[in-house]
Design a protein around this ligand. Structure first.
Ligand code: ATP
Ligand code: MG
Length: 367
């Protein structure tokens, strides 16, 4: 798939702008603070209805404006579809083919995007929460129904935690409601866990050889999902449900004592190893970056495998950070099949072959 054009209104530092994109490579050039990341973010928002760098939709609307709008035409399965996301004081609206999609899980997946930006190093270096977010976003865009179960899980988790707090403070003694919420939590949590395990399995099949290639065969990547309950990667849904049941039963008094839910997918993590060493603890900056890059490239292949079309790739400020070998490897992988957007403050750091093929956009002060 690719994005043919985009129009933004009152979005970030853009008052109004329309751009026609190249089917292959688009290079966005501009000095600091001119709107390069904002433009990448606009494409990301069109895919996910939310930003990769803020959870506050309000920040996307141009200062002192009533609303902000992003529209784009997506070409996929040999057809063109309009997409539109509008933010205002009334909330946000997302339209696919001019029709408003009330449920997020009905809209997401219309456009598949993989972004690689400097902050993706946090995927390796950062907190477990950032790794869970990676799985949730990437898995969600491949299987929108996952977003539904995750949303339900998070809602029930909040209620359950509030109830556990009440039980802890003895504002409440009856545990009937707790048992009902536990059952609902297991219903959605076990699906979330099962989908994550399957996703990880497939992602690893792509990421390991890609990583091997980027590191010229010198490094071996390993990825482990670290669940908060005792399951392995091929545990089936039935067994996951049983495992959670047993855990919540034996943990009940401790959960009441602590006033919070102690097991579940919201407590899980991922660990990356390079040549058997934990990359988070021992990896160099370059090794951490290569790990993150391999995951993103694996995601591109996985989307093609699952969705039947390649996603759009957004490279914000990262291409010139990669050494020559990594840059060529990246560009060879995507050559001709993945529509790519690259931002840079200067064309100096970018291969001349890339520049020759690319459509160039000079961004100055939101224009
Ligand atoms: P850099 O090279 O430093 O990464 P950039 O070109 O990627 O720069 P952006 O992150 O796109 O810069 O930001 C461009 C400008 O947009 C910034 O000056 C920022 O203050 C401004 N900006 C951000 N949000 C809004 C908003 N809601 N309304 C108006 N301007 C905004
Ligand atoms: Mg930027």
């Amino acid at each position: 798939m690719h994005i043919e054009n985009i129009t933004v209104e009152h979005y970030r530092n853009y008052d109004s702008l329309s751009l026609q994109f190249d089917r292959q490579i688009n290079v966005i050039i501009g000095e600091n603070a001119q709107g390069k990341t904002n433009l990448m973010e606009a494409i990301y928002v069109l895919a996910f209805t939310k930003s990769h760098r803020t959870s506050k939709d309000k920040e996307l609307v141009k200062w002192d404006s009533e609303y902000g709008k992003i529209k784009g035409s997506i070409f996929k399965r040999n057809r063109t579809f309009p997409l539109e996301v509008i933010f205002s004081a009334k909330g946000k609206k997302a339209k696919f083919n001019h029709i408003e999609q009330k449920r997020l899980s009905d809209y997401i997946g219309s456009l598949n995007v993989v972004m690689f930006a400097p902050e993706d190093l946090n995927l390796v270096k950062g907190s477990p929460q950032e790794r869970r977010k990676f799985i949730d976003m990437e898995l969600g865009q491949i299987q929108p129904v996952y977003i539904y179960h995750l949303g339900q899980y998070q809602k029930i988790l909040k209620q359950r935690n509030a109830l556990l707090k009440d039980l802890q403070r003895q504002k409440q003694h009856d545990r009937t409601m707790l048992h009902i919420l536990t059952e609902q939590l297991i219903e959605h949590g076990s699906i979330v866990l099962e989908r994550r395990l399957r996703f990880l399995h497939k992602l690893r099949d792509w990421a390991v050889p890609i990583h091997h290639g980027i590191s010229r065969g010198l490094e071996q990547l390993a990825i482990a999902y670290e669940p908060s309950v005792d399951v392995s990667e091929d545990t089936d849904l039935e067994t996951i449900i049983e495992t959670y049941k047993t855990h919540y039963e034996t943990m009940e008094d401790r959960e009441v004592e602590r006033g919070t839910t102690l097991v579940g997918p919201h407590r899980d993590d991922l660990t990356f190893y390079v040549n058997d060493r934990n990359v988070q603890t021992y990896g160099s900056q370059g090794q951490q970056r290569t790990t993150a890059l391999s995951l993103k490239l694996a995601e591109i292949e996985l989307i093609d495998q699952e969705v039947g079309e390649y996603p759009i790739l957004l490279l914000d400020d990262v291409l010139s950070e990669l050494d020559d070998h990594r840059q060529s490897h990246l560009l060879n992988t995507i050559q001709g099949k993945v529509q790519t957007f690259v931002t840079t403050t200067s064309v100096d750091g970018i291969h001349h072959e890339t520049l020759e093929q690319a459509k160039l956009f000079n961004i100055h002060n939101g224009q």
